[in-house]
Design a protein. Structure first.
Length: 477
């Protein structure tokens, strides 16, 4: 009987020892589980911080971007080539076009980025005992992107090529506009100086005739005629000065200069564009024509993509799941988007019509260029004919004026005849200046029309004229 209590006491001790060992083991497991969970949380937090640190951040627009700095004009005199190069760097419209080109490049890169994969996760916790947590993990990818990659890539490349060519054509137009405006301003300055010299001569005549009129040597009609001529010359000079100010303002705007910037222009060189260069050029190589051709390629790629869109879109997905009975499954899912309403026929017809419209615009541009080229060549021929006629008549008029002035000094011819001849000579000189300006403007408008870069022609013209100035011919001597 004494041995039984001892056995019960020993069993009780063993029970309590096993229970305390289990409690200690549970504490050890919970402590290690807590450490593992803490490490997992820390790792997850570090991964999230690294992901956030790699993201792009918001950058506010600088205040200086709202008011761009005005470029400082060069202190030396301007040449036609320096004005063209300066406009390439500081013209506001060309700077904006350059930014648009950068945006087009970025958009082209964005179009080649594949769509992101879709990742889904769900967790279900049962309330009844004896069941397990259920979860579902899925990942899917749209396969239509890879099936439509070829036409989309062609459309993106054509759109980028179109943006590059439009930017280049805008630079060509800027160079031609600067050259023509430069020529206009320079010749208007010469015309204004000629008018001012004529006004000064008439004023001197009026002052000299005032004393002669008081002495009774001339009549009042002669003085009245001079006063009328002076008023006409002053009105012409005023109109010419207003036109010069207007064209000078436009030239400053093309160069990106402030309104009060002084421009000291040198004589523009004659454009060097031989018939051989014109014949070897091709209007099909103009940037605007190539841009229209790129537009046709873009619309053709859009048409191909619309044809592919009439078929179902496919997406492929993989799933991993576990139910509350702890039964795990893996599967593959395919999703189809069926264009069951119209079969994408409306989009196909729109893309087809857009391609036809782009082709018509391309053909119309070629016809317009040929018409403009023929009209410009006829204008150049007429200007050359009129210029040769003025140059042929001007020496005879100058000789008659010299003879009339000598005869007036001898008292053989009255002053009215001399004034009329001098007025005719000045008008012919003004007409010759206007003719030369129009001929040079037409010469600088021709390169871009036939598909030649005006900036390249400007540098060739400057170099050829510099060589001609270094070694003049006997005729120039």
């Amino acid at each position: 009987m004494a041995a039984r209590p001892r056995a019960e006491k020993r069993d009780a001790c063993m029970f309590f020892e096993s229970k305390s060992a289990a409690r200690n083991g549970a504490k050890w497991l919970s402590r290690h589980t807590f450490r593992w969970l803490a490490a997992a949380r820390a790792g997850t937090l570090l991964i999230m911080l690294a992901a956030v640190a790699g993201c792009a951040q918001y950058q506010p627009l600088p205040e200086t971007a709202r008011l761009p700095a005005t470029p400082a004009p060069p202190k030396q005199v301007w040449t036609l080539e320096s004005a063209t190069q300066f406009a390439f760097k500081h013209n506001p419209q060309l700077i904006e076009s350059n930014t648009q080109l950068t945006l087009a490049r970025q958009q082209a890169g964005l179009a080649n980025v594949p769509p992101p994969m879709s990742l889904g996760f769900s967790l279900d916790h049962p309330w009844q005992q004896g069941l397990f947590n259920a979860f579902s993990l899925s990942v899917s990818q749209d396969l239509s992107y890879w099936l439509k990659q070829a036409p989309r890539k062609q459309a993106t490349q054509a759109r980028l090529r179109q943006a590059i060519l439009n930017h280049r054509w805008q630079a060509w137009q800027l160079a031609a506009a600067v050259q023509q405006q430069y020529v206009t301003v320079w010749y208007q300055q010469k015309q204004l100086r000629l008018l001012q010299a004529q006004i000064q001569w008439v004023d001197q005549r009026i002052t000299a005739n005032a004393a002669a009129e008081q002495a009774g040597l001339i009549t009042a009609d002669t003085q009245a005629l001079l006063l009328t001529n002076a008023a006409q010359w002053q009105q012409m000079a005023h109109a010419a000065n207003l036109q010069r100010i207007k064209n000078l303002t436009q030239l400053r705007q093309l160069l990106g200069l402030p309104a009060d910037a002084a421009l000291h222009l040198t004589k523009p060189p004659q454009p060097v564009l031989s018939t051989r260069i014109i014949n070897t050029s091709s209007i099909a190589q103009r940037p605007d024509v190539l841009a229209l051709k790129a537009a046709i390629d873009e619309q053709d790629a859009q048409y191909r993509q619309a044809l592919i869109d009439q078929f179902p879109s496919i997406s492929l997905g993989l799933t991993r799941a576990q139910d509350t009975s702890k039964v795990q499954t893996m599967g593959v899912g395919i999703n189809l988007v069926l264009p069951s309403f119209d079969g994408n026929r409306h989009a196909i017809s729109v893309a087809k019509t857009s391609r036809k419209l782009a082709a018509e615009q391309y053909q119309h541009r070629l016809v317009q260029i040929r018409s403009d080229f023929a009209a410009l060549r006829q204008k150049q021929a007429e200007l050359q004919r009129a210029g040769r006629q003025i140059e042929a008549n001007l020496p005879a008029l100058r000789q008659r004026l010299n003879e009339a002035e000598q005869a007036m000094a001898q008292g053989l011819v009255n002053a009215n005849t001399v004034d009329t001849l001098r007025q005719t000579v000045v008008n012919k000189r003004l007409a010759l200046l206007q003719n030369n300006a129009a001929r040079q403007r037409a010469g600088y408008a021709l390169p871009a029309l036939v598909g030649i870069d005006p900036a390249v022609l400007s540098s060739l013209t400057s170099s050829s004229n510099a060589a001609a100035n270094q070694s003049p011919t006997p005729t120039e001597h």
